[in-house]
Design a protein around this ligand. Structure first.
Ligand code: RIB
Length: 307
């Protein structure tokens, strides 16, 4: 986009998803089963795939509302505060008895990660409550992931379809998807491993082709190799990502999806939106932490201009 072009009206993004406190140990390499390794550093960082996408969309310039749940513990307060600080509307974030979600993460010297998620409060989101459908109805797009119970995700997708709101699903952590959920998805954004798990096809282009039989548009993210876009009736599009040195890839996919949703809701052409989202993810992997690493719109523009 031309630097002097007027900024479009803010994209309205609703996120129905998880909030987790990420408990991150930085290690030379992740331990094998039964092994203990000594870490170099520990950080507590607000995360969760839903909250990550919400923060990414807000930093990208979207007007974002978050629907989900935190626990009645200190992490719950911190998670809510982190979303609010990023400019995300948290009126749809319930506080429920018990612990907040946590993610136990090791990040190795290559920037790769291994994660154990304990759902906590996220497990309580088995459906919509008063006000949630209206929040979804007011959005241009609803972002969904799979860290909430399947019935909660489905309820959100149904509400979006009822109100003509575009649904974007990140199928992570990957699990089999019901035909009903797939019939309500407009854009599916798996990474290459998730695409392979969903289709049994290791080749991302073949997997995208198979997924197109079930959803109208697919973006397969390929890490440092960029992404592959496929839509019914169109030639597939491969979009490279800027070359950067990764220190922590946690939430790179969430950053990509949050930025992509904003760019598409602004009406930007799909190739440009994908390149911009790839630039957002490239900025995020250069810094540690999930939400902590997410770029502002200005930072994304700067990275996008290097390609
Ligand atoms: O996608 C990254 C996220 O996955 C982390 O923030 C962690 O909370 C897990 O849910």
């Amino acid at each position: 986009m031309n630097a002097t072009a007027p900024r479009p009206a803010a994209a309205r993004i609703a996120v129905l998803g998880s909030t987790n406190m990420d408990l991150v140990a930085y290690v030379a390499r992740a331990p094998r089963l039964g092994e203990t390794v000594t870490g170099r550093e520990f950080r507590t960082v607000p995360g969760g795939k839903g909250a990550n996408q919400a923060v990414a969309a807000a930093r990208s310039g979207g007007a974002v509302t978050m629907v989900g749940a935190v626990g009645e513990d200190a992490f719950g307060e911190l998670l809510r505060a982190a979303l609010a600080e990023a400019g995300v509307d948290t009126a749809g974030l319930r506080t429920v008895p018990g612990a907040s979600g946590t993610a136990h993460i090791t990040v190795d010297d290559e920037g790769g990660n291994a994660i154990v998620v304990v759902p906590g409060a996220n497990a309580s989101v088995t459906g919509l409550v008063a006000g949630d459908a209206a929040r979804i109805a007011a959005a241009d797009a609803l972002l969904l992931q799979l860290e909430l119970p399947p019935e909660g995700v489905l309820a959100g997708a149904r509400a979006a379809r009822d109100h003509g709101v575009r649904t974007v699903l990140t199928p992570a952590p990957v699990r089999p998807l019901s035909e009903e959920l797939l019939s309500l998805v407009d854009l599916l954004v798996p990474n290459e491993h998730e695409a392979a798990a969903l289709t049994g096809l290791a080749d991302p282009a073949a997997a995208a082709g198979a997924l197109l039989e079930r959803v109208p548009e697919v973006v397969v993210t390929l890490g440092a190799a960029g992404c592959l876009y496929a839509a019914r009736g169109r030639e597939p599009l491969r979009v490279p990502t800027p070359r950067v040195r990764a220190v922590d890839t946690t939430a790179a996919g969430d950053t990509f999806t949050g930025a992509l949703a904003v760019a598409l809701a602004e009406g930007r052409p799909v190739g440009e939106a994908l390149a911009w989202a790839s630039a957002a993810a490239a900025v995020s992997v250069r810094r540690p932490g999930a939400t902590a690493s997410m770029p502002t719109r200005r930072e994304i523009d700067a990275m996008a201009s290097t390609v």
